[in-house]
Design a protein around this ligand. Structure first.
Ligand code: ATP
Ligand code: MG
Length: 668
């Protein structure tokens, strides 16, 4: 295959980014500008042009799903050999295995759930949950902060948790010790160990650097210091690195990511070239317009002005529903309405902020017999906390209502909860809520009957990997993806931004998260929210997301603009029709005379000509050729006031421009 073929379907800027001989190279550009396309084409271009051997290419990203997408895109580019694609974790794990094996060391076991260990360490402490402690430790490790430095670093980053920072540090130290004693490693240790091995073992480092000579990273705004350290170790001072990213899509700051590595790329990699892309190929101008407004309306840096390349589409809408159940059913209806002829279900996605929100959407889609797939998280009924909750209900004696009250974890909107713990509680609260819904239908229902009912109403058969299905995805998991039709559900204060995002920085991150969600849409974007939402047994009044203000204003402006465009188009059509007629019957002169007269009146009165008589009306006069005062009444749109004011002049003008040769005239 000719490498030049890889430049087809790229614009000038993208082509430059694909072919630029320099590295390190950083492509920093807005959503939908083709960064991922450029990254994959650049890999293929270099591989086909003998500048890089695909077997020596490492393409990194942050989630397994994104790595899969990257591999798929590369596979379609016609390379003989495929580059290695993977997450930092997957690559580190594979390399460490090689290293351990080479030294005859039995690999340590991977601790994939640190919850049990942390639970034991916490003992009877109730002010901090296991999930919260896990988040703090993960954050610290991502920031390369050891237990000793945790208190200082946590204070500087304004991290607050249920326990004083020195207690957290002590628990963190105990956790590290426990792992050492039991010879287990967690996911973050993999990155650290791999970087250590590369730093210390020259032979190993050389082998790995020989293997991966050309390194590429997608979504670079989400890199954290630990991953950056590993990346630096992989490179070992070489410069063959290309990263792409968008600082406005940085959504993992809370977990330790640092968009500064992208923003200050040339400082970290001296001599680097930075390329910008300015065209958007994903979204309609209307969607791009509201996306820009979302970023502009708050604490984030202003949105990049991307040029839209897609055709006009409908202006995005936001709908309020009385309750969250109504909202879910409304979304299902809208999904059905947008299921166009020939288009599959997979053209649509429902995006939500939290995992717990998926349950009602799943229920509504299931009821509407719309195939769906939950992405980035488990379907509601498959979540371990939901199954555990159901088991607890099964075991409890007494009425289901009482058992549900015991299970209800409310309040869930507790700012001190860690993400995992909060999500667990939210799912439980949703289970309790659905339990009450069931009791409304079956007042004497049992736990077992609840399980059957849930299985019948929420769970849907997995449509299978290739099957056509609507996707339900969290905002986070939607990054990098795109769909022709996107529904954003739950655009309420408390969800968008999430209630625990209190600091300015956290709010800015939530705003970027909404920007990510909005920019997933290609043609249709539909936002919804509910005036009432039920958590467990409590129903709460809700307000719209504060980010909806700028979004709705932008949408209103776009609607006004498109109405004006429609009006202008209507006029243009009328004019074109008239012009066509003029050529036949010579009425151009009359219209010209009418316009000239109107311009004079307007000048004299210092008003716009359209205020005297509109273009449409002039066209009507030319069409109807009133010759008598009675005829004037037959001109559509010419009311008595204008007829009174200008009638005599109009009659005179018509009379002065006879329409020779008109069929009607001949008949007279
Ligand atoms: P994000 O920031 O959301 O990750 P991105 O910058 O990586 O977006 P891509 O996913 O690479 O953007 O591209 C967005 C969409 O535009 C894709 O469907 C892609 O195929 C298409 N696209 C990119 N460049 C062009 C182009 N020059 N002509 C036509 N379509 C293009
Ligand atoms: Mg991308």
């Amino acid at each position: 295959m000719d490498p030049a073929a890889l430049l087809v379907g790229l614009d000038e800027g993208q082509r430059r980014a694909v072919t630029a001989p320099e590295h390190p190279l950083c492509i920093m550009a807005g959503a939908g500008s083709g960064k991922t396309r450029v990254l994959t084409r650049r890999i293929a271009y270099r591989a086909l042009g003998d500048d890089a051997d695909a077997r020596h290419v490492l393409a990194l990203t942050f989630t397994r799903k994104a790595a899969g997408e990257l591999a798929d895109r590369l596979a379609r580019l016609g390379l003989r050999d495929l580059p290695t694609t993977g997450t930092f974790h997957a690559v580190a794990w594979a390399q460490l295995h090689t290293w351990w094996k080479g030294r005859g060391v039995a690999p340590p076991e991977l601790l994939d759930r640190k919850g049990r260990v942390l639970g034991r360490l916490l003992g009877r402490v109730t002010r901090m949950s296991v999930g919260e402690l896990a988040t703090e430790i993960e954050w610290a490790k991502a920031r390369l902060v050891g237990p000793d430095h945790y208190p200082v670093a946590a204070a500087r980053a304004d991290r607050r948790s249920g326990l004083p920072a020195d207690r957290v540090a002590a628990l963190y130290a105990a956790y590290e010790e426990e792992k050492r004693a039991r010879r287990v490693v967690d996911f973050d240790d993999l990155l650290e160990r791999c970087a250590d091995a590369l730093d210390q073992d020259v032979t190993f480092a050389e082998a790995q650097r020989w293997r991966f000579r050309h390194v590429f990273v997608d979504e670079f705004q989400d890199v954290n210091p630990l991953q950056h350290r590993l990346l630096t170790a992989w490179l070992g001072g070489r410069s063959d690195l290309c990263v792409v990213g968008d600082p406005n899509q940085a959504i993992y700051r809370w977990n330790g990511a640092d968009a500064g590595f992208l923003l200050e790329f040339p400082r970290h990699f001296p001599g680097a070239r930075v390329i910008d892309l300015v065209d958007n190929y994903r979204s309609s101008p209307q969607i791009l317009g509201v996306a820009t407004a979302v970023l502009d309306g708050g604490a984030s840096s202003p949105a990049p002005r991307l040029r839209a390349h897609r055709p006009d589409g409908p202006v995005p809408t936001v709908m309020a529903y009385p309750t969250d159940g109504d909202e879910a059913r409304g979304v299902a209806r809208a999904v059905r309405d947008h299921h166009g002829v020939g288009g599959g279900w997979a053209r649509q996605a429902v995006l939500v902020r939290t995992n717990a929100q998926t349950a009602l959407i799943e229920q509504a889609l299931h009821a509407a017999r719309i195939p769906f797939r939950v992405k980035g998280t488990a379907p509601f009924m498959s979540r371990s906390e939901v199954q555990q909750g159901l088991a607890t209900l099964d075991r409890s004696s007494g009425p289901l209502r009482a058992a549900l009250a015991d299970l209800d974890p409310s309040p869930v909107e507790d700012a001190s909860l860690a993400d995992g713990e909060r999500e667990r509680r939210e799912s439980l609260a949703t289970l309790v809520r659905l339990g009450h819904e069931f009791l409304g239908l079956e007042p004497d229902g049992t736990a077992r009957e609840l399980r059957w009912w849930l299985t019948a109403t929420v769970r849907s058969d997995d449509p299978g990997p290739g099957a056509d299905a609507v996707e339900i995805v969290t905002f986070h998991a939607a990054k990098g993806l795109e769909w022709p039709v996107v529904h954003l559900a739950g655009l309420e204060d408390g969800l968008v931004p999430i209630s625990h995002a209190r600091s300015t920085e956290a709010a800015a991150e939530e705003q970027r998260l909404l920007y990510v969600a909005v920019t997933r849409a290609e043609q249709v974007l539909r936002g919804t929210w509910a005036e009432q939402r039920t958590f467990g047994a409590r129903t709460m009044a809700r307000r719209p997301s504060p980010f909806l203000g700028p979004l709705s204003r932008a949408a209103a402006a776009l609607r006004a603009e498109s109405a004006a465009v429609d009006h202008d188009r209507g006029l243009a059509r009328a004019r074109a029709q008239l012009d066509a007629l003029h050529h036949r019957d010579g009425r151009a002169e009359l219209l010209g005379a009418l316009r000239e007269w109107r311009a004079g009146v307007a000048r004299a009165a210092s008003i716009p000509p359209g205020v005297v008589l509109s273009d449409v009306l002039l066209a009507e006069v030319a069409e109807h050729r009133p010759l008598t005062v009675a005829d004037l009444a037959g001109v559509p749109g010419l009311g008595p006031v204008k007829a009174d004011e200008y009638g005599v002049t109009l009659l005179a003008l018509v009379a002065a421009h006879p329409a020779a040769g008109r069929a009607t005239d001949r008949e007279r």
